[in-house]
Each structure stands twice: as C-alpha cells, then as structure tokens.
Design a protein around this ligand. Structure first.
Ligand code: GDD
Length: 410
C-alpha cells in the first residue's frame, strides 16, 4: 500500500502571494478552476494501491475542512488535513506525523510540495524507484542555467541515475537539473530524519555545556525539531546509493507568486485537453460566446453571448457575470466578479467580488516573472467605467476612478 503526503506549509510562507493570500490559503487558490492542491491530489489518484492522502501544514484546520471533505467525496479517496502546532520544516513536518502515516503500513510514501505545477508522473516514478532499489527517488527537470539558482540543483550519474551531488539554491552554478519537490521514499526516510533530529539535540546539549554556541552563532537559529528535507536530509545522503533521480520531460513550474499562478493555470488547462476534456468550455453554437483555446467556465458563471473569451488560459469561477462585448484573454476571474459591457481583461487576476466598469481595461505585459507583469486586483476592488489599469497590483476594497500604470495601490 502507498500513502501520499502533500506539504502545504502555512500562512507565514504566503507573503509573496499577496494580495490573493489575504483571502484564501495559497494551496486552495484556484488554478484552471480547481484548488492548487487539487491537481496533485488527482495525480495521486492514479497511483495503484493508494491508501490515504495527508495534507500537512500549519494553517488552521477549519480553513481546509470543507476542501478535504469535498475532494474526498469527489475523488473517492480519503484525504485528511493534519495540522502542525508550529512549522517543523519540510522533513520535520512529515516526521511529526510518522505514527499516523505508518498506520496503513505503507511500502512507499509519495511526498509532494503543494506549490509546484506539474504533470506528476507518479506511476512511472514509482516503477523507476522500484528498479533503482534505493530509499528515495526525486523528480528532476532540466531548466535554463540562468534560472537554476532558485531551486535545489543536483548532479546524478547518467547511467545509474544515482544522486551524486545536491546543492540547495547555490550561489554559483552547479547544474541545470533541479529538484521538482516531488519524491518517493521508503519508510526508511523516517529513520534518516530521526538521525538528523538526534544529532541536533546532541549538539544543542553540547552548546549548553560549552562555548560552542559562541563559536557557531549560525547554529542557534534552528530549533532541534526543525528539519529541512533538502539541506538536512537529501544533501548528506548523496553518493551513498540511497537516492536516485527520475527526469521528467513534461511541464513543471514553481508557484511562488500570483504571476506564476496565472501561468500554471494555463498549463493545467492545456493538460485538461488530454486528462479532462469535459472541463474545457467549447465555443460551438451561435447563441454562445466566442470561445477560443483552453478555457474553463464554471457552470454557474454567466457569459453574455456576444462576449469573446479568448484562450489559451482563461478561467472563470463561480457566479461570475461577463457582460456584452467583453474581451477576456489570459486571465483568472474569481468568484462573484462582475465585468460590464465592452471591458477588456488581459494577463490579469480579478479578485473575488470585484467589479470592472464599462469600456474599462485591466491588463499587463504578461511577463510572469516580473513583479508587475500580471495585473492583480484583490477582493472587492471596483474599477469604474472607462478606467485603464496597466501592470499594477491593487489591494482589496479599493475603488479606482482614475487610470493607473505600474503601481501598487495599498
Ligand atoms: N507542513 C509544513 N511545515 N510544510 C512546510 C514547512 C513546514 O514547516 N516548510 C515548508 N513546507 C512546505 C512548503 O509549503 C512547500 O510545499 C514545501 O514544503 C517546500 O517548501 P520550502 O522548504 O520553503 O522550499 P522551497 O519551496 O523554497 O524549495 C523546495 O522546493 C523546490 C521545488 O519547488 C526545495 O526542495 C528546492 O530544492 C526545490 O527546487
């Protein structure tokens, strides 16, 4: 049997995701009409003999209650949220719930970061992992050498796929193969984490009885039960025939800011063509709006027949109202948004209950990595008629009656 664990983190980690994280935990933000964490959960469904899916984080339990019950029902697989009393790090959080995870007596544990967008090739990875015969297999992807420094960079044996060297976000270039935050482990991972914890505790005791701490002030900051998977566990285990890599040729992105969530939403919509074509809107029939490319429209949303919804990458959430002559290109429209006649939205995320006036334009350059490359409106923002908002971020509850460009409206 197999147990899957998705690390969802907690609110302190969500600052880069503002203003969207003011309303909703980042893992629940909708991409292609489904919560960010729904995508890895559906991917876990494809694993044979899956017993359980745990989400581990330090958000309040009630924030996940509705989601876990509805996704358990929908996918017919038990999903449970486990709350840490404080952050224990990516490996410490897992270790904290080892007894519960081991209750199903799993042969393997699939461990996933929640903030990655990926095709999650889990059954193929599992097969490779069994072939390698190690303790863990890490999903890797080739990225451009200029962008690799933002991730864990790793070097593997080209023949055996054994992980030989690991450097977490290094300052100088090591490798263009990076850690995707998708792993398969045997339960031995718990012994490895315990080893690091024990070492830490011993060192802490040593510090208390000697002047060791004064010599190594950097060690003071990490609590003994805080264990990071990358630096503390993976790195020391390289070159010991314990860790292997599996390279994906498919898509992968990390979702740390709202711009990347728009890009990821588009990648998931494109994947729906193969995995869930029924979720994509089709533009047939003369009475319907014009729809081009990959588009998701929630069944409760109302789109005027003269609107032009132009994908790829438009996602319209529940109860949104899209007026006559509106043009939508590459955007996420959240619940209860109203877009009035002839308004245009391009490369933007429109927050819950916001309203865009007639002949207004909300747009951006579409450079997903730039700070203002996607225009973001927080919850309940009003853009009045004929106002133009370009490359800007607007915090909740603001009313814009003049045009703005390259601005953060606090
Ligand atoms: N429950 C829990 N508790 N989750 C945590 C904690 C914690 O204390 N700390 C981090 N996480 C979760 C985050 O929500 C995220 O899903 C995952 O663990 C990894 O987060 P970080 O440890 O902050 O690392 P990162 O995202 O900057 O980088 C990691 O992932 C990259 C791939 O996305 C590293 O492993 C990189 O090497 C890797 O490239």
């Amino acid at each position: 049997r197999i147990v899957a664990v998705i690390m969802v983190g907690g609110p302190t980690k969500g600052t880069r995701f503002r203003p969207l994280s003011l309303n909703i935990p980042k893992p629940l933000f909708p991409l292609a009409g489904q919560a960010m964490v729904h995508h890895p959960i559906s991917a876990c469904k494809r694993i044979p003999n899956l017993a359980q899916i745990y989400l581990i984080g330090f958000y309040e339990e009630r924030e996940f209650a509705l989601f876990v019950s509805s996704v358990s029902n929908e996918l017919r697989v038990p999903v449970r949220y486990l709350k840490e009393d404080k952050p224990h790090g990516s490996a410490g959080g897992l270790y904290n719930f080892r007894d519960l995870i081991m209750e199903d007596n799993p042969s393997h544990i699939v461990l996933l970061n929640c903030d990655v967008c990926c095709s999650f090739p889990l059954p193929d990875m599992l097969e490779a992992h069994r072939r390698y015969g190690g303790m863990g297999t890490i999903l890797v992807i080739k990225v451009s050498p200029e962008s690799a420094y933002q991730f864990g960079e790793l070097v593997a044996d080209p023949v055996t796929n054994e992980l030989l060297h690991y450097a977490e976000k290094p300052e100088t270039f090591v490798s263009d193969r990076i850690n995707c935050g998708v792993y398969i482990f045997t339960p031995d991972i718990f012994t490895a984490i315990q080893g690091v914890s024990t070492q830490r505790k011993d060192r802490a005791t040593l510090r208390r009885v000697s002047s060791f701490e004064a010599l190594q002030p950097a060690n003071r900051s990490l609590p003994t039960d805080f264990v990071r998977l990358d630096q503390d566990i993976l790195s020391p285990l390289t070159g010991k025939k314990q860790l292997y890599v599996y390279e994906t040729m498919d898509f992968w992105e990390q979702i740390k800011n709202p711009g990347m969530s728009l890009k990821s939403s588009g990648l998931y919509l494109a994947q729906f063509r193969f995995t869930s074509p029924h979720l994509l809107a089709s533009g047939d029939g003369t009475k319907n709006a014009t729809i081009t490319g990959d588009v998701f429209i929630h069944p409760s949303a109302k789109v005027h027949p003269t609107a032009k919804v132009i994908g790829p990458n438009v996602s319209i959430s529940a109860n949104a109202r899209i007026g006559a002559g509106v043009r939508l290109v590459s955007c996420i429209i959240l619940d209860d948004v109203e877009i009035q006649e002839n308004a245009v939205v391009i490369h933007a995320i429109i927050g819950w209950k916001s309203s865009i006036g007639r002949w207004s334009r909300v747009q951006a350059s579409g450079d997903y990595n730039a700070k203002l490359g996607v225009t973001i409106l927080g919850e309940s923002v009003t853009v009045e008629d004929e106002v133009v908002v370009i490359n800007s971020i607007v915090l909740p509850n603001k009313t814009l009656n003049v045009s703005v460009q390259e601005e953060i409206i606090l």
